[in-house]
Design a protein around this ligand. Structure first.
Ligand code: GLV
Length: 306
């Protein structure tokens, strides 16, 4: 029985060190350096290549190295394989802080004043007025963001695929209620899981249902947005601005029009970075639970895909 780490596009030295410290005596390998893939029952994955899964006949658990599980090709995994993800108060706190900060930065015109300072321009303006935020996706992260915003006197509405209800926020669900949810928002935050039904959901038709002064904040996945529709909406006054932390290709291509668009703020997928220390605690806990036939923490619903 062994644990395979297949976390792409990052230096995993610290992660492996911490995992080995938390799980002494366990055989831990880093893809592609694994002497016997038939021994692997537990994989820690982030953007793992599709061809990996067919080589693991004894796979029991895939643990995502993050909150999202969309980088795991679920259709290639047998039904009995459990998928789990990191749920961590640091992640939720960082996400809530990021969203609040970017909403306040827009509201208080920080980018505008920063550009004015560079040109020595003194031109005060009242802050943007609206404070109604809509959150698409009411999982752990969406709820944490909603709480942080209501604590800071924002009015929050939430939308999700199935009905959900929480104190202090109006909730909407399903396609039928999407238009009423979008109709009077000042900010729209996307925190949806990426699934076949949410891919491309931030498109021309959705933007046209928002008030034209609305600001989009996408902290979910790049694939939620149709990039050309977003640029069209911004250039045609269907939307005021966008703050994007996630992109279909990361790092964002050098030539991508998002970089230089005056109404787009780009950040490098930094809203909520998985902390190695807390992630390793959860991974070790789940690994030991698997060994002891106990139930795992933070498993997803395989039927729903999240
Ligand atoms: C980051 O995007 C994550 O899914 O944790």
């Amino acid at each position: 029985m062994s644990l395979l780490v297949c976390v792409s596009r990052r230096d995993n030295t610290k992660l492996l060190e911490e995992l080995r410290a938390q799980l002494p005596g366990v055989d831990i390998f880093e893809w592609p350096h694994c002497p016997d893939l038939t021994q692997v029952e537990f994989v820690l994955a982030w953007n793992a290549p599709d061809e990996l899964w067919a080589q693991l006949p004894n796979l029991q658990v895939v643990q995502s190295f993050g909150a999202g599980v969309d980088g795991i090709a679920q259709h290639l995994l047998p039904e009995h394989v459990q998928i789990t993800r990191i749920v961590d108060e640091h992640l939720t706190n960082d996400m809530a802080e990021y969203v609040l900060t970017h909403i306040l930065a827009y509201k208080l015109r920080l980018k505008q004043y920063f550009l004015q300072q560079q040109q020595g321009i003194w031109k005060p303006k009242r802050a943007h007025a609206g404070s109604h935020v809509g959150i698409m996706g009411l999982g752990e992260l969406g709820r944490a963001v909603a709480g942080r915003l209501t604590d800071n006197n924002f009015t929050v509405s939430g939308w999700s695929a199935s009905p959900k209800s929480f104190a202090e926020i109006d909730t909407y669900f399903g396609k039928e209620q999407l238009a009423s949810f979008l109709g009077n928002l000042d900010y729209l935050v996307c925190l949806l899981p990426l699934t076949p039904s949410t891919k491309g959901i931030l498109n021309k038709s959705l933007f046209s249902q928002l008030p034209s002064h609305c600001v989009l904040i996408n902290v979910a996945r790049g694939q939620h947005v149709i990039a050309s529709d977003l640029i069209w909406a911004l250039d045609n006054n269907e939307l005021a601005a966008a703050c994007l932390d996630v992109f279909t290709n990361e790092p964002l291509d050098d030539e991508h029009p998002f970089w230089l668009h005056p109404n787009i703020t780009v950040t490098p997928h930094c809203a909520a970075l998985t902390s190695v220390a807390t992630a390793c605690e959860q991974i070790a806990h789940n690994y030991l639970s698997l060994m002891n036939n106990q139930s795992l923490a933070n498993t997803i619903d395989r039927a729903k895909g999240y």
